[in-house]
Design a protein around this ligand. Sequence first.
Ligand SMILES: [Zn+2]
Length: 231
Amino acid sequence: MADTAEPLQRVMVVVAHPDDPEFGCAGTVTKWAQAGKEITYVLLTSGDKGTRDPALRPGQLAAMREREQRAAAADLGVKDLIFLHHPDGILENTLELRRQIAALLRQHRPHILITIDPWRHYQLHPDHRAAGQAALDALYSAREWNIFPEQLVEGVTPWQVKEAYLFWTENADYWEDITCCIDARITALARHATQVGADTAKLDQRIRERAQEVGKKPGYEAAEEFKRIQF
Ligand SMILES: [Zn+2]
């Protein structure tokens, strides 16, 4: 008999920069990976402008940040990592970007999409707005037969994501208990040495305090919060 309640097994995380997943949702990613979900990270840029060191060229920084992201993802049990290499700092929600993400959704067929909430008031980082918007626009495109139909070859069919989780939101309605995984999240975050520096004690404290604060509402020791949209 066909199982109508298909488990939400595959997860795609679409973000702007290396370190966005670790700052936004890595406790949840770790917990879900441990529970057997298959996680794919899609990095739209490689964070190649994220330095104040004028001696460091964008190409060098991109390579360093991709290495850091690979190490962090390996710590968390992420299965797959995809870099699209758009330029950092000037990311736009173009049709081309939407097309690329839609193709990935159709090929990888994730049940769950995690991305940045593009509608948070005063979300000033243009890349964060563009990444969330592009991911959600692609989610819509991916399920339609007549949008980007050139992708529907060699067994590729439209794909309907079942749930979207938006982090860095001001409209949270879903809390994940990450008490199990807060240490793993902090260890993974420390992998991003070009961004967080060598002295991670303060970062450790800041992340723990924030996770405790978020956990107060649902009554968890530590939590991450999301706006959840179900389709
Ligand atoms: Zn970012």
